[in-house]
Design a protein around this ligand. Sequence first.
Ligand SMILES: [Zn+2]
Length: 432
Amino acid sequence: MRWPTVVLLSLLFGCGSKSESSTAGAKPIAGVDEQVEAPPTSAPPSPTVEARAEALAKSIIILDGHIDVPWRLEKSSKDGVSTEDVGAATDSGDFDLPRARAGGLDAPFMSIYVSPDFEMNGADAVAERLIASVEGIVAKHPDDFALAPSVQSVRNNFKAGRISLPMGMENGAPLMGKLENVARFHERGIRYITLAHSKDNHISDSSYDDRHTHGGLSAFGKTVVAEMNRVGIMVDVSHISDEAFWDVIELSKVPVIASHSSCRHFTPGFERNMSDEMIRALAKAGGVIQINFGSGFLDGEVREARKAYDVALDAYLKVKGLDPDSDEGEAAAKAYAAENPAPRSTVAKVADHVEHVIGLVGVEHVGLGSDFDGVGDSLPEGLRSVADYPNLFAELLRRGRTEAELEKIASGNVLRVWRAAEAFAAEHPAGG
Ligand SMILES: [Zn+2]
């Protein structure tokens, strides 16, 4: 009698409709799947979902598309020397070696973030400094970290028990208007470039900028996409405007990524996230959207509540006569937050985004791009640092995702795009 019921329910609640359901709606489906997998009574009890998630996090490669460690180290450095060592436990931040090990993280893309302030004014030097800081982490902790210029190197490092530190450049400003800088930064280890950041630059318009300077990509930006294809750097469409996204989709001969963007479906009007139409086009071209964990990216209501919270906090500091950027201001803000917890989203909501993408385009086109160390104190409950990936896996297992599907979400999909970028470059050598 059991099978017909299960089959019927599977038909009713199959993959397609699952993603559109709320968390509450998704839970009973996991129950159905658990029934299917329940062993005969004579077998030993099956491990809990949490134990399965923990074991899985250790056994598969977890790749995260965007972690802002280099910028964090830059901010905290005194006289050019960082005061923090992420190769040991750190008091602040979302990433360090012990927490990365605990979470099973294997390949966090280090964000070489260059502020729009450096547009055509020293941006390449800033990028060089941040790249050097990643190299410095590896040089200091060669048993635990390794550079990762290729997909194969990620796999080799994983086998050797080392955490790969591949690099992505956030903001194309360091290209400084020179096409030859694409190859230069490939040489330095950059494997994706987010074409713009929070302002229109000489390559692309930004989703955060109302000017629409180029109406998409600039003429130079179009040549940059072709050159990135040629040398084997993935194009990252996070941060760019919708028009620029459509230009990239038309021009890129290689699948592209969104290294840290979530679904606009849950945050109407927030152009920094991707619309369903864009996710469909990205997937059709073979690409991957890597879900951003920031609470403001996950939930439109939480986003609005956080805005109101920030206004209240600003007012509080103003009354006290404190500069928010001063040490006293930061301490007061911390104390305020302890008394008045900021609104935040949940790990279940991150799973909702993953399921939404799967419902739209299938499991081959979604990945993880946390933005750890980049979204301040806005991480969701259950995903507060790199130690917490197993919580997300548990949430997805509860919704009936298989371990093979989780492997694709955790890294397989992005490694596929990265391989495609490598393969295209290999077929198109300089002058070829
Ligand atoms: Zn960003």
